[in-house]
Design a protein around this ligand. Structure first.
Ligand SMILES: *Cc1c(COP(=O)(O)O)cnc(C)c1O
Length: 426
């Protein structure tokens, strides 16, 4: 770590809690201090000490086209001269909505917001309003942003009412969130068969990306869809990561499952602050002003955010990168896995399309409990070794890696090389 980052981090900690505006950036899970970033381009980010890193964080998912993609940058330059916010409807919002509706199978209508947190929070409010039920189901290890109802962990016992995961969340509210184990259709069936008609919605990441990457087991998503249909419960897919990453239609297209509501974010903002939620027209029309469920936003549909999002979605439509991303990510992950095996480091590798994870774990990872069994100390050493050699992976075992269209063959070769060396040094 360079001295410019060091002194900025020291200054930051005096006036910003922990020195960061989102906790994981503070490197608490891996030790050391974070580099402060001054610019980014393509597959690379650069810190204030002049270090270059090949970036697999990609701003936690949005930068599927790489950083500062010329098409996005040019459009933003033009847009900024036309004003940065109007608080009135624009053609850009219609274009964005069209791009989302045409791509995502279950979305007939969409409402823009400014973050993924807002998207899931609003989708849950809508589900509660529409069904006139209060209780919701989430899965352990799935992250849906930091709204109160979602900052809930499982109580003790297999299927229990939630307890707050953070001070400041009233237990009465957390108690309305039921937490079940991911990838366990049996537990969900058992619960839904007795209590289904009291449940407003089941929300989940169709591919979990916030406990490391955990793909859904065969039949899990379809099974949840059926359970929801039977009891009039809404199925909400949180596709904030997977939307436009698994393909333009997201995980719902990949797995052939139709949720009632979908939360989007990350990629659809092209790196600007954006979220969205959408679904069946009949449900979406319950939102204000057509319906009674209130939701609003001063900067929702912001013209700059719409511009960056639209250009990103158009690029993904006109030059679909998904087959190439799949092939390149498979090769990269295969070689990282081989490097771990060569060095005798027990790992478990997961990947869906261009999102992937190396668990430092001797066993298979299929849910939160098994993910938690990972050796986070070993991960921290690997992380530090990678970062010191110019490879930026997420500073936590429980995050995803992302490949962008900007990563070159040379980037991938260097990454594999450094990864091999890092495994050997553990
Ligand atoms: C990032 C993320 C969110 C929250 O989005 P923010 O824009 O950070 O509020 C919600 N759900 C999932 C699956 C995410 O990965």
């Amino acid at each position: 770590m360079g001295k410019n980052s060091e002194s900025l981090f020291r200054a930051a900690q005096e006036i910003i809690p922990g020195g960061v505006n989102s906790p994981v950036r503070a490197f608490r899970a891996v030790g050391g201090d974070p580099p402060f970033i001054s610019s980014a381009s393509g597959s690379k980010i650069y810190d204030v000490d002049g270090n270059e890193y090949i970036d697999y964080v990609c701003s936690w998912g949005p930068m599927i086209l790489g950083h500062a993609h010329p098409r996005v940058v040019e459009a933003l330059k033009e847009a900024v001269g036309r004003g940065t916010s109007y608080g009135a409807p624009t053609e850009l919002e219609v274009e964005m909505a069209r791009l989302v509706v045409e791509a995502v199978p279950s979305i007939e209508m969409v409402r823009m917001v400014s973050s993924g947190t807002e998207a899931t929070m609003s989708a849950i409010r809508l589900a509660r309003g529409y069904t006139q039920r209060d209780e919701i189901i989430k899965f352990a290890g799935c992250y849906h942003g930091h709204a109160d109802s979602l900052l809930v962990k499982a109580g003790s016992g297999a299927t229990t009412f939630g307890v707050p995961d953070s001070p400041g969340v009233p237990p009465e509210l957390a108690g309305k969130t039921i937490t079940l184990p991911y990838n366990n259709l049996e537990a969900a069936s058992e619960f839904m068969n007795t209590r289904g008609e009291e449940i407003a919605c089941i929300i989940l990441e169709p591919v979990a990306g916030n406990m490391g990457v955990v793909p859904p087991v065969q039949g899990f998503l379809k099974g949840l869809e059926e359970l929801c249909r039977k009891s009039g419960t809404l199925l909400i897919f949180d596709e904030v990561i997977t939307g436009f990453r698994m393909g333009r239609g997201g995980a719902q297209e990949l797995y052939g499952v139709m949720p009632d509501l979908t939360a989007l974010g990350k990629i659809i903002g092209g790196g600007l602050p954006v979220g969205a939620y959408g679904g069946k027209k009949e449900i979406m029309e319950q939102i204000s002003p057509t319906g009674p469920v209130y939701q609003a936003g001063t900067l929702s549909g912001n013209p700059l955010a719409m511009t960056a999002g639209i250009e990103t979605l158009l690029e993904l439509k006109e030059n679909p990168p998904y087959a190439a991303l799949e092939e390149r990510a498979a090769k990269l992950c295969g070689e990282i896995q081989a490097g771990a095996a060569e060095a005798g480091v027990p790992t478990f590798h997961t990947r869906v399309g261009s999102m992937f994870c190396t668990f430092f774990n001797e066993s298979e990872v299929s849910d939160y409990d098994s993910a938690k069994g990972s050796n986070t100390e070993l991960f921290a050493k690997y992380f530090t070794s990678m970062l010191n050699e110019g490879i930026n992976i997420a500073p936590s075992q429980f995050e995803a890696g992302f490949l962008s269209t900007a990563h070159t063959d040379r980037d991938l070769e260097k990454t594999v090389e450094v990864s091999r060396k890092s495994f050997k040094q553990l």
